[in-house]
Design a protein around this ligand. Structure first.
Ligand code: AMP
Length: 617
């Protein structure tokens, strides 16, 4: 957290400040506080930041401030590695520019129809957000003009490198006017990224938010991996399934404190919110009520919860991930007060996984993965707390009036004490049934899309250089050995070296179209007329059918399971595909792997099995 800085101190124009306030942002995140003044001043910037730190607003706000609203041609170009990120960034621009008249942002990514993109391009947009392949296509076709460009942003530059897009990025950079401003964001800074920065950035400011290491004791820390839309459901489960006296839930925006407090209130929780809009008297009253156990749950922003010291708080829930490790340590420090034990739970989306690791490194403590309480656990806890309430009532209250009633009813209704008790229990459940059967379906961990490998940057899989004639695979730089987990199948796609395809094009198209993270795309071999690529064998039929229709370098992929046998146009099998007899026997024994239905998608039985390791040439 930036201690005292506010958005209004950042010299942003009024329409942008208004948008930020409406979105419920209270203070700039550390990367925003550092980057916004530099970019507003027109300087180039190299920022080391990962998803979850607020990096999108860190570049979008100052670049929007420098936009010429009268000019309807592309002035800002953002390059992003995936369609998903391009859409997200375009949406962020739209949200921040909501009070800028005649503002247009256009996302451009592969897989979308060219006709629609061309129509939108003709209409004119000041901001273009796109994946490198599609942007390059439009530049080649002359349908995207960058001569009025004022700024270019490379978002997740290391990811673009990892996906093999970096040559395209360089080509696009070279096609931009000399005086444009450059902002480059990358979670890691491998040498190739530094080299690009050195070549294209002028006197760039480098921003890295240092994570101060600090230790936190007596606090059990766990995390849950989920998508944003699963959070509310997960929150209510955690609140029901975990033991705690009082709990504080941290979110990013004022609006979220109100929204979540309202939803929890509707579910019967004694809850209040704490945010920067509240005056001191309100804030103090809320804290008094928390201390007096009139409230058990607080939903707060970082700023509002600063310095909060309430012994009862035994559970901290990080509903939105904090911007950095410092904010994390501050948040979880709201529990474990006065020598007590505390628990902290962090909600993380797959894209924020890297930030989770940064926090672990800074606190020098592993944060353990947890699974959400199941329906069974919740049922158990509801039953226990009811029993406790019953025991307390029997002990503390004078029940003679009610006992007389029971005696009377037993006779009049000709029933038993057990039946009477059961019926009363049934009626007493209200909104919290004791039998939860079917009410809590499993919350599944999201698809791995957007997760990044923990370490290192993978070079593009194959080189782009033309090789010897004949349909031999290109070798290029040797990829690192990598275990591909799960069941992989070799697929054939109908685009090859003669069409000018590069491994990066294939990774990009498949990552975007099949929603498969690039790390789950295995070896790619480029032949003259076609290519082969290793992909998970459990690809859903719809995705497989969709991939058939995707175009790369103007060729329809027409993906099929690679038969790979002799007599195919590649001739001799390349050496590194040959397996020992034992290996083949072991593989053919494997059971069917749940790939798409026969006749529609790939049939695993017919497919050559995935090599277990990347076999370097
Ligand atoms: P990013 O790291 O750019 O992907 O942003 C992550 C999330 O943080 C997005 O949902 C943003 O809307 C949100 N966000 C960014 N900056 C702020 C801020 N200063 N205050 C509150 N939320 C923010």
């Amino acid at each position: 957290m930036s201690e005292s800085l506010t958005f209004s101190q950042l010299d942003l124009p009024e329409p942008l400040l208004r948008a930020v306030t409406e979105l419920g942002y209270e203070t700039p995140s550390p990367i925003q506080a550092a980057a916004i003044p530099k970019l507003l001043a027109g300087e180039d910037l190299l920022g080391q930041a990962q998803t979850g730190t607020g990096k999108t607003a860190a570049f979008a706000l100052p670049l929007l401030a420098r936009l010429d609203p009268a000019q309807n041609e592309p002035q800002i170009l953002v390059l992003a590695p995936t369609r998903e990120l391009a859409i997200q960034v375009a949406e962020a621009f739209q949200a921040y520019a909501r009070f800028m008249p005649a503002f247009h942002v256009l996302p451009l990514y592969g897989g979308q129809s060219y006709t629609n993109q061309l129509k939108s391009l003709k209409r004119g947009s000041q901001v273009i957000v796109g994946t490198p392949g599609r942007i390059l296509d439009h530049l080649d076709r002359g349908t995207l003009k960058l001569d009025k460009l004022r700024a270019i942003v490379l978002d997740e530059a290391d990811e673009m490198l990892r996906m093999g897009f970096i040559d395209d990025v360089q080509t696009i950079m070279d096609a931009t006017p000399a005086g444009r401003q450059v902002a480059m964001f990358s979670a890691t800074m491998p040498s190739q990224i530094r080299a690009i920065a050195q070549k294209h950035l002028k006197n760039a400011h480098e921003i890295k938010i240092e994570s101060k290491t600090s230790t936190v004791e007596r606090i059990t820390q766990r995390y849950v991996m989920l998508d944003g839309n699963q959070k509310l459901d997960a929150l209510t489960r955690v609140l029901e399934g975990e033991e705690y006296d009082a709990s504080i839930i941290f979110v990013r925006t004022k609006s979220a404190t109100e929204e979540i407090a309202e939803k929890l209130g509707a579910r019967g929780y004694a809850v209040a919110c704490l945010n920067g809009d509240m005056n001191q008297a309100n804030r103090e009253q809320t804290i008094r009520r928390l201390k007096a156990s009139q409230i058990d749950v607080i939903v707060a922003t970082d700023v509002a919860a600063r310095g909060l010291d309430v012994e009862r708080i035994s559970l901290v829930i990080n509903y939105d991930i904090p911007y950095d490790s410092e904010a994390y340590v501050h948040r979880i420090g709201r529990t474990g007060r006065a020598g007590r034990e505390g628990k902290a739970i962090l909600f993380v989306s797959p894209r924020e996984r890297r930030l989770l690791r940064t926090i672990e490194l800074a606190t020098r403590q592993p944060i353990e993965k947890m699974s959400l309480p199941t329906g069974q656990v919740i049922e158990q806890r509801r039953i226990e707390s009811f029993r406790e309430l019953l025991a307390n009532t029997i002990e503390a209250k004078n029940l003679s009036f009610f006992q007389d009633l029971i005696n009377d009813w037993r006779e009049k209704l000709e029933t038993t004490d057990a039946d009477l008790a059961a019926a009363l229990l049934f009626m007493a459940q209200k909104g919290q049934p004791l039998n939860v059967a079917g009410q809590f379906p499993e919350i599944r961990e999201p698809h791995a899309r957007g997760e990044r490998p923990e370490r290192g940057d993978r070079p593009a899989r194959t080189g782009d250089r033309p090789e010897r004639s004949g349909d031999r695979p290109e070798r290029g730089p040797r990829p690192p050995r990598r275990e591909l987990q799960g069941n992989y199948i070799n697929y054939r796609i109908e685009v090859g070296k003669e069409h000018g395809v590069r491994a990066g094009d294939i990774v990009g198209a498949i990552a975007n179209e099949a929603n498969i993270d690039s790390q789950f795309i295995g070896n790619i071999k480029l032949f003259d007329h076609f290519s082969t690529v290793e992909l998970p064998g459990d690809m859903p039929t719809e995705v497989f059918q969709h991939l058939k229709k995707v175009y790369v370098r103007k060729q329809k992929l027409n993906i099929s399971v690679d038969s790979g046998g002799p007599g195919s146009e590649r001739g001799e099998r390349p050496e590194r595909y040959q397996r020992s007899g034992a290996d083949r026997a072991e593989r053919s024994d494997r059971p069917d792997r749940g790939a798409p239905a026969a006749g529609t998608g790939p049939r695993p039985g017919a497919a050559p099995k995935k090599p277990r390791t990347r076999e370097g040439s």
